[in-house]
Design a protein around this ligand. Sequence first.
Ligand code: UD1
Length: 419
Amino acid sequence: MQKLEINGGKKLSGSITISGSKNATLPILASTILTNKKVVIKNIPLVKDVETMVDLLKLLGSTIKLDKKKKKIEIINKESLKTFAPYRLLKTMRAGVLVLGALLAKYKNAKVSLPGGCAIGSRPVDIHLNALKKMGANIKIKDGYIIASAKNGLKGCLITFPKVSVGATENILIAACFAQGKTKLRNCALEPEIKDLILFLQKLGCKINQIGKRGLNILGVRKTESISHQVIFDRIEAGTYIIAAALTNGILKIKKINPKVILTEIELLKKMGVKIIKKKNYIIASCSKKIKNINIITEPYPGFPTDLQAQIMVLMTMANGTSTIKENIFENRFMHVSELRRLGAKIEIKNNKATIYGNSKLKGAELMATDLRASVSLVLAGLVAKNKTIVNRIYHLDRGYEKIEKKLSLCGAKIKRIK
Ligand code: UD1
């Protein structure tokens, strides 16, 4: 199993180009099931989850050309795709369940594995399934599979989600594009990645309007156009590298982004003492002073993202006082804490609240990565810890961070992949 070895204490300095967003690419890829016209998707991040989604679409029968150099995917679907998504491909990537809405809306049936368990909580798909039932689907769970059919096709209706869910909003939005009549979705998640999916679907010919802050009205269509789309930047990757600059008292130019999309994170990091200069499509992040303590709550966009919680916690261990984090999205997203403690961090957990005592002097140790964002927080901690840190089980990291060791070592970090 591959590991990362980091020798901490190096100031980072240089430029990092941010990749396309994994969390936008995955639903966009799933939604291509709807069309038989040629689709070109650019700025694809070369990460494992995207590879897995491509494998899933290929298995369903899509013809896919992936140009890794140009980070571009071309997709053409045959008249008819298979409607079976096996456990083998969904066990490592929860977003595989996003093919359910598209398959059911287009082919009136689908058998899709329930996604695998996850270290950050039980992560059910009840909200997805209840919404599809409301649209007329018949759904049974058998032997770990969702078996869904809609003999007369899905029908538009009013769906008010009981909770803001990124995946459920995406799945039902995609399904509604091919349902009969109008679907009104309320209490939707509207993260930038979902806005990017909406843009993609609108280009395809789907009729989608945003209503108020969390509403979407979708008029079903069955005709699509051949299109090209450029995926939005990965705002979590951008936030991670801003934190890396601050942690190491370095200076990084974070390129190929739109700072307007990450204003919450920028304002919060500024309050902590990070210096951020915003330009149209890049920012410069640096830090030469002591980090200030702060209290944060994770929330759906435009709130502070849960996907950046583990990373900011590392920065809080360096602050001049005590900080707190209230994790409001996932029930068990503090898996990184026990590993950070092994480096010397002082963190207490009570229910969904973490108290982080600042002024820590982290010392390198051997660590185990548990999930995607936890893994990257351990890498960040390794960058600032004294001596050597080894992060094991980095396949989690490879699911979502493109060439992390290359991007960091080009800016002066001592980090390498070892077998
Ligand atoms: C997506 C992101 C993930 C991010 C999360 C929250 C992708 C591929 N993944 O995950 O990186 O951390 O949004 O921003 O885009 N829930 C239910 N029932 C459901 C669905 C969700 O109870 O049917 C709960 C979840 O357990 C969680 C909360 O709702 O507590 C939010 O989850 P959701 O927004 O659906 O996250 P994902 O789409 O899985």
